[in-house]
Design a protein around this ligand. Structure first.
Ligand code: ADP
Ligand code: MG
Length: 387
């Protein structure tokens, strides 16, 4: 009966609330690139249980092996489809009102953009998380008969502690003023990025989504060199906003999926850079450190969470923390010469990985019981795997 369904729904909802949604950390090792001659690697071992061991290639042996454990480790052969398959439930939970943040962290060249966007001019097989998620949310939101959904896309670049809306980022050319009014309204409900004049574009049909991707690829290809240069020094944030109305009881859901391709985490030798380049490097260090601090203090349930220490954490403030689910892809370059950067990356990931963020739904609304059950199963699965 309807009452039973409601009670079951409530039970499952509570179950989700109680599951401690640790921040999920998935480590991904990119393959050696074609034509690369020296294939000496710093990766010593990849375990099925999420363990990874790196070794210092200049002093190989027991003493230089360092072991880390995450929710998952992908070796160089993992496909884009496999990776997306593992995060699909998390992405889809946005349709039930959860805010979700997905980050890619790592040194330049370690595969952040490959994971998030895929290669330039890539085939559908090679699409990254951004496109798969957008397509998926769009498709599912259209197939649900009990909800009416609106989907909006927003893209910004954070460079030198400034939020850029109309710069050379591949996607920026796609933003339209059209969504502005609605976005402003959403800011108050804290589901929009905290960027007052950010533009959004509404997608109405699958062809819009495909159009977005095409223009994005075309723009990127046009200025590949300068883009790569620049993109390694800025954070790119793609946000998919979903607004859903329950057609039965009028309840509504507002939630966002934030897809963040972070600036390269490599340490820049201070003796070698001056002027603008030094300022950039300092801003990157500052914002990545601030992100680590925010996630860490959320894990410690600190009263004061230092969101205001960087633009990145300010912009994401309403989407991190108790109300949100967070996943970080930690990207590694397998080359022996990357040992010390890889170790730095792993240490950062280790610090943020012990985090307990209790996921909570943004708005009160009845959700589809079957989907909730799937979600519970998937969360349990993730947690079991972590243990
Ligand atoms: P980043 O964004 O971290 O600087 P990229 O995503 O641009 O790094 O990756 C660097 C290079 O490695 C690119 O040529 C990319 O296509 C390639 N690459 C990265 N990850 C993979 C992967 N999993 N499979 C195949 N090629 C990859
Ligand atoms: Mg990149």
């Amino acid at each position: 009966s309807y009452e039973e369904a409601v009670s079951e729904n409530r039970k499952l909802h509570n179950e989700i609330q109680e599951l401690k949604g640790n921040i999920r950390v998935y480590c991904r090792i990119r393959p050696f690139l074609p034509g690369q001659k020296d294939k000496q690697t710093t990766i010593d071992y990849i375990g099925e249980n999420g363990e990874i061991i790196v070794v210092n290639p200049s002093k190989p042996g027991k003493d230089s092996r360092r072991s880390f454990k995450f929710n998952k480790v992908y070796g160089p052969h993992a496909t884009q489809a496999e990776v997306y398959g593992d995060i699909q439930q998390l992405v889809r939970s946005v349709l039930d009102g959860y805010n979700v943040c997905i980050f890619a962290y790592g040194q330049t060249g370690a595969g952040k953009t490959y994971t998030m966007s895929g290669p330039d001019n890539g085939s559908e097989e090679e699409w990254g998380v951004n496109y798969r998620a957008l397509n998926d949310l769009f498709r599912i939101s259209q197939s649900r008969s009990t909800y009416k959904y609106e989907v909006w896309v927003q893209m910004v670049e954070i460079y030198n502690e400034q939020v850029l809306l109309a710069e050379i980022s591949a996607f920026i050319a796609l933003t339209y003023i059209i969504g502005e009014k609605i976005c402003m309204d959403w800011v108050k409900r804290e589901t929009c990025l905290a960027v007052p004049d950010a533009n959004m574009r509404q997608v109405n049909e699958t062809s819009d989504v495909l159009g977005l991707m095409e223009i994005g690829f075309r723009n990127r290809a046009r200025s590949t060199t300068s883009m790569n240069e620049r993109s390694s020094r800025s954070h790119s944030v793609v946000t998919i906003h979903v607004r859903g109305t329950d057609l039965k009881n009028g309840g509504s859901i507002n939630a966002g999926l934030h897809l963040v391709d972070l600036a390269g985490s490599e340490r820049v030798d201070r003796s070698e850079v001056v002027g603008d380049r030094l300022k950039e490097a300092q801003n990157i260090n500052k914002s990545l450190a601030a992100l680590g601090d925010v996630i860490f203090s959320l894990s410690q349930k600190s009263v004061h969470v230092p969101f205001r220490n960087s633009k990145l954490t300010q912009v994401l403030q309403s989407s991190l923390g108790g109300q949100a689910k967070t996943l970080m892809f930690v990207q590694l370059n397998p080359e022996a010469t990357s040992y010390s950067e890889s170790l730095g990356t792993l240490k950062f990931a280790d610090r943020v990985s012990g985090v307990e963020l209790g996921p909570a739904q943004n708005n009160k609304a009845s959700s589809n019981v079957k989907e909730l059950m799937e979600q519970v199963a998937s969360l349990k699965h993730t947690i079991t795997k972590k243990d």
